[in-house]
Ligand binder design. Structure first.
Ligand code: SF4
Length: 206
């Protein structure tokens, strides 16, 4: 795979490398053909951080919101995508650049979702049993990992839970890069950004 030029059509395949926050948004989007405002913003900025161009991002959302007519898409959703990329609006500072993809710190401190919203970090926003189900749905079934996650979450160490899942999902690959000294200490440090999670996962598995 090519990390430098993702397209609207490659997002489904790339989703296997997403951290739970983004995998959850992607899954919800595909299942319901919709995401509420904050989820859209969080996911759009993550996709931007992946290197998805504005044009491809618009193509992605237009396709994903397939139940919504063109005129409604244009009037209600298009502007926000362009705004996130800095194509329209904003102050002079942000023009041409738009907004920065959200870090874990940001996602772990924002207002909790309610009423069908799916934004934020699921390690924090999901009730423990629902979190276990969500993890199982994305292929994390190891009992020890799931109970470790429960403990982490009980101590409000949400990003530690996320790193636990990352390490489990990439165990063999991480052992290899460690044994062969391929990654620096910084590259092996805790993941603190969804885009870092993605990038490391992609590099380890390609
Ligand atoms: Fe996403 Fe960060 Fe939460 Fe992991 S810890 S699910 S990367 S917000």
């Amino acid at each position: 795979g090519d990390l430098t030029t993702p397209t609207a059509g490659s997002i489904d395949a790339l989703a296997q490398h997403f951290p739970l926050c983004m995998a959850n948004l992607h899954k919800t989007l595909r299942a319901t053909h919709h995401l509420k405002h904050y989820g859209r913003l969080q996911y759009t900025l993550f996709l931007k951080g992946l290197g998805l161009s504005l044009q491809e991002c618009i193509t992605f959302w237009r396709g994903a919101f397939e139940l919504i007519p063109d005129d409604k898409f244009k009037s209600e959703y298009l502007y926000n995508i362009r705004h996130a990329y800095g194509d329209v609006g904003g102050d002079a500072n942000r023009r041409g650049r738009g907004y920065t993809p959200y870090s874990c710190q940001k996602l772990l401190t924002e207002a909790l979702p309610s009423g069908g919203q799916q934004h934020g970090c699921p390690y924090r926003t999901y009730a423990p049993d629902n979190l276990t189900t969500l993890l199982q749905n994305v292929g994390v079934t190891d009992r020890q990992v799931l109970s470790g996650v429960k403990e982490d979450v009980g101590r409000q160490r949400y990003h530690i839970a996320c790193n636990r899942v990352f390490e489990h999902a990439h165990k063999a690959q991480l052992r290899k890069v460690k044994d062969e000294g391929l990654w620096s200490a910084a590259e092996l440090d805790l993941v603190t950004h969804p885009n870092t999670y993605f990038k490391r996962s992609f590099l380890l598995k390609n």
